[in-house]
Design a protein around this ligand. Structure first.
Ligand code: 2RA
Length: 328
């Protein structure tokens, strides 16, 4: 099994390699791929030194799987080239997510839709993955009519420049800014760019991707906020169901969902927090309570490491599913 990690030197790429190692992924050959400026540089992985190669060299090597985390433009240009030589591409960018011919996959929800013919598979946006994984069992049981979500997103979702800006602001150092405003001691209601409807792309990803993954009839409205946190994304989610529910059953359904951990006990101040979710692969759910302002409506708090289940781990799980089901 020849595997290429495209974008190996990036923040998600580095987590991808960590996840591949932790899960003892069954590759026989590994290609570390990055932009031309990184070609020839060396990276250590599992006690072995790898020399980074460029995209054209990687295509010519005809890997079985290529896991991309290299931005939308690179994916649009190069994913088809890999697919043409028989490689199955799993892409972390937004490039292919809303393409009607491409699958948008959270393995615990819809991996069974995958076939050998799927040569470019889209990994959903991080804030979508953690939300739909928790919503899925509830939608199946009660039917979701509407979701109102506010996100509290880690600066790692923006990239290394934002992490550096926050570190500089902590240290009182003036340097290049990822945002037009301070991150430290601030909250920025601005993740990605604004669209004509006044929402940001990040907010519309939650709407569009939830519809594609779960059910086009679900109504979603989102507010995505960037906060000075590193460990993961948090989301306050209000869900209006078609039918009533019983809180104990909601907790049981969530607890029985693979990839979800319920952390919910006000008596012991138990609830998910990004500082504790960091480095873990599960989606953590808490603050589960009935919305007393209207019938059939639930509030909950969802936290996950956006670089893991929100990106690298979900992509690796898709690759594991493909191998386990002889789809590669
Ligand atoms: C963000 N979801 O957090 C985006 C990037 N993956 O900015």
């Amino acid at each position: 099994m020849k595997v290429a990690v495209v974008g190996a030197t990036g923040m998600v790429g580095e987590v991808m390699l960590r996840v591949l190692e932790e899960r003892n992924f069954p590759f026989t050959e590994l290609l570390l791929v990055a932009s031309e400026r990184s070609v020839g540089k060396e990276m250590e992985f599992k006690g072995k030194t790898y020399s980074i190669i460029g995209l054209q060299t990687a295509v010519e090597a005809k890997p079985d799987i290529a896991i991309f985390s290299a931005g939308g433009d690179t994916s649009l240009d190069w994913a088809p080239k890999f697919a043409e030589v028989g490689t199955t591409v799993i892409d972390n960018s937004s490039a292919w997510r809303m393409d009607p011919t491409k699958k948008l996959v959270v393995p615990e929800i819809n991996a069974e839709s995958l076939t050998k013919e799927d040569k470019i598979i889209a990994n959903p946006n991080c804030s979508t993955i953690q939300m739909v994984l928790a919503l899925s069992p509830l939608h199946k049981t009660y039917g979701i009519n509407r979701v109102v979500v506010s996100t509290y997103q880690s600066i790692t979702g923006t990239g290394v420049k934002a992490v550096r800006q926050l570190e500089n602001e902590y240290a009182g150092v003036k340097d290049e800014m990822a945002y037009p405003y301070p991150i430290h001691r601030n909250a920025l209601p601005h993740c990605d760019v604004f669209e004509d409807n006044g929402y940001t792309k990040e907010e519309m990803k939650l709407t569009r991707e939830t519809k594609k993954i779960l059910d086009n009839n679900i109504n979603v409205t989102a507010t995505a906020v960037r906060i000075p946190v590193v460990g993961g994304h948090s989301e306050a989610v209000n869900i209006e169901f078609d039918n009533d529910f019983e809180l104990g059953e909601v907790r049981r359904l969530l607890s029985e969902t693979p990839g979800v951990t319920v952390q919910d006990n006000p008596d012991t101040n138990t609830y998910p927090m990004p500082i504790y979710a960091e480095g873990k692969n599960d989606v953590f759910v808490g603050r589960i309570r009935r919305d007393e302002s209207q019938p059939n409506t639930l509030n909950m708090w969802i936290v996950a490491d956006n670089l893991r289940k929100g990106a690298a781990t979900n992509a690796v799980q898709i690759a594991e599913y493909l191998i386990a089901n002889d789809l590669i």
